[in-house]
Design a protein around this ligand. Structure first.
Ligand code: A3D
Length: 320
């Protein structure tokens, strides 16, 4: 059986980490693309030289030409600029929208069958624009944010309770931004919902509120520490989990920015919801019931995503 092919558009901090993880997990051959000459070639060669040590077989190459992504099974997009301290994700909108236009054209021409995972911020608006620019079916284009946001929530909870991260599940809904909605009653430790843990006295209610807030600010906390860029290890690991679910048809239920067509009473926007990812791409949007408070928080998040989409349309009126 021929190896799968994974194209990484953007070979910066996340792109390089994606290539290493895809190699270590033997997901397939890897093409790194970037506008910066030498960077994808250098990173590709460096990672290829780790393969004899780590014992994985993959062809890893770097390129400035979209032709090289031809026939990719998965395309992961990180092209653009990341945040610097003091910048919000939304400050990146105009410059990254132009980048999505180029990337969308490249994917449309050379890899129209691929499953496309967008990571570029502001995420929900960029994945929406990328789907439009590429013209690929919406079930083939998805945004990575929820896996990362819920991983942060899971990590903070496991640390607080002194339990394995493996036994903590968490759900985060809504846009990737300060309005994201960590859903405590759908988040569990070994199946026990967080509100029950509070009732049992295992988890302090005030600490839970603090953890929810720290999750919302998770990206900014790392930007503040790094000073020169934003998080990249956990974002890369999260996108690889999504790619793996697609390539191996695992049908994992993961939170992701998906195109809604009536679900949650919304139409024509991308926002973070639970989805099933398998060989068919986004095979199902899971519609969970929200109580009043959750629905209000979700709506606030949706409003902010709709604002970003409106800003994209203003910059690029062809994005109907
Ligand atoms: P960085 O290390 O700067 O890499 C971006 C790469 O894109 C650079 O190597 C650029 O040369 C390249 N690039 C710029 N323009 C183009 C173009 N037109 N075509 C191809 N490549 C281009 O950033 P990073 O890897 O740290 O982050 C990448 C993106 O992910 C940023 O927009 C971040 O804000 C975003 N991000 C999203 C999350 C989410 O959870 C959604 C988390 C962390 C970062």
């Amino acid at each position: 059986m021929a190896r799968n092919k994974i194209a990484l558009i953007g070979s910066g901090q996340i792109g390089g980490t994606l290539a290493l993880l895809a190699g270590l997990k033997e997901l397939g051959d890897i093409v790194l693309f970037d506008v910066q000459e030498g960077v994808p070639q250098g990173k590709g060669l460096d990672i290829a030289q780790s393969s004899p040590v780590e014992g994985f077989d993959a062809r890893i190459s770097g390129t400035q030409s979209y032709e090289a992504i031809a026939g990719a099974d998965v395309v992961i997009v990180t092209a653009g600029v990341p945040r610097k301290p003091g910048m919000s994700r939304d400050d990146l909108l105009e410059i990254n929208l132009r980048v999505m236009e180029q990337v969308g054209a490249g994917i449309s021409k050379y890899a129209p069958e691929a499953f496309v995972i967008c990571i570029t911020n502001p995420l929900d608006a960029m994945v929406w624009a990328l789907q439009k620019f590429s013209g690929l079916p919406a079930s083939q284009v998805v945004g990575m944010a929820g896996v990362l946001d819920s991983a942060r929530f899971r990590y903070f909870l496991a640390e607080e309770l002194g339990v394995s991260v493996e036994d903590v599940t968490a759900f985060v809904l809504g846009g990737h931004g300060d309005t994201m909605v960590p859903l405590t009653r759908y988040s569990t430790v070994a199946g026990i919902p967080l509100p029950d843990l509070v009732k049992m006295g295992w988890l302090d209610g005030k600490r839970l509120d603090e953890i929810v807030q720290r999750t919302r600010d998770g990206g900014a906390e790392i930007v503040g520490l790094l000073k020169t860029g934003s998080a990249f290890y956990a974002p890369a690991a999260s996108a690889i989990a999504m790619a793996e679910s697609y390539l191996r048809d695992k049908k994992r239920v993961l939170p992701a920015a998906a195109y809604l067509q009536g679900e949650y009473g919304l139409d024509g926007i991308y926002v973070g919801v639970p989805v099933v990812i398998g060989a068919g791409g986004v095979e199902k949007v899971v519609e969970i019931e929200l109580d009043r408070a959750e629905r209000q928080m979700f709506q606030k998040s949706v409003d902010s995503v709709e604002g970003l989409i409106a800003a994209c349309r203003k910059i690029q009126p062809s994005l109907a």
